[in-house]
Design a protein around this ligand. Sequence first.
Ligand SMILES: Nc1ncnc2c1ncn2[C@@H]1O[C@H](COP(=O)(O)OP(=O)(O)OP(=O)(O)O)[C@@H](O)[C@H]1O
Ligand SMILES: [Mg+2]
Length: 263
Amino acid sequence: MTHLAVQHVSKFYANGTQALADVSLHAGEGEILAVVGSSGCGKTTLLRLIAGLDQSSAGAIAVGGQVMHGTHPTISAVFQEPRLLAWLTVAGNIGFGGRRLKPAERDARTEALLGRIGLAGYGKRLPKDLSGGQQQRVSIARALIGHPGILLLDEPFSALDPFTRASLHDLLLGLWQELKPTVVIVTHDVEEAVFLADRVVVMRPRPGRVSETITPRLSRPRDKLSPLFDAAKRRVMQAIDRSLSEEHRPPPRQAADGSSLWW
Ligand SMILES: Nc1ncnc2c1ncn2[C@@H]1O[C@H](COP(=O)(O)OP(=O)(O)OP(=O)(O)O)[C@@H](O)[C@H]1O
Ligand SMILES: [Mg+2]
């Protein structure tokens, strides 16, 4: 079943920049979708529209078949920087994501999540006393405590070293297997996209559009060193190459009957 549907969405900013042009994509319930594309092709804009933090100029976004207006309680987001509240403890930050829950349920989930993210006993610390990777784990727990139907991740691991990143991939997949949210993750890292996603959406810029969608078709758990993994990575890299060459193709010229002809 289609859980998230982005339908013919365009976005113009007030300064006239067209960030997205006629973007359509969908994600089934519990599916992991990765979005890759060059800088400026509208990935963050797309996530902000799905999160309801900004409004599209045209088109619609539907969750569970219902067109969305504004924020939606079933959607939560994690950004590149952890964005934790400095004055709340680690447990307080996780609990903040579950502020709609009854206190006893919220506290029980916070405690369980602290264990799942490997930070049992860290609940009373302040965010400033954690490493970057630990802070990002807290922000993932904060996003998941309310058991969201849709989890949006905007380059959540790009500031982290490869070891921490790999352990957070495992953490994310473990929590995903438990809670099965629909996930949309923006990344610059092709290996990360192929490791995590059921489908990889390749975007191209100026204005941001969907170029193509690649399905890695790999069983889980995935082996980053297998030839099949390599082949899937290559297919995504080739799609990125095609998206860049399309960018440099001259615009279509008009035929006498008004239809478009490519040079
Ligand atoms: N608030 C804004 N006002 C005007 N233009 C904006 C605004 N935010 C983004 N843009 C422009 O919209 C386009 C898409 O930006 P966006 O941040 O969505 O790209 P991105 O794919 O997330 O890039 P990156 O990979 O660098 O994070 C860019 O040309 C950007 O300059
Ligand atoms: Mg961005």
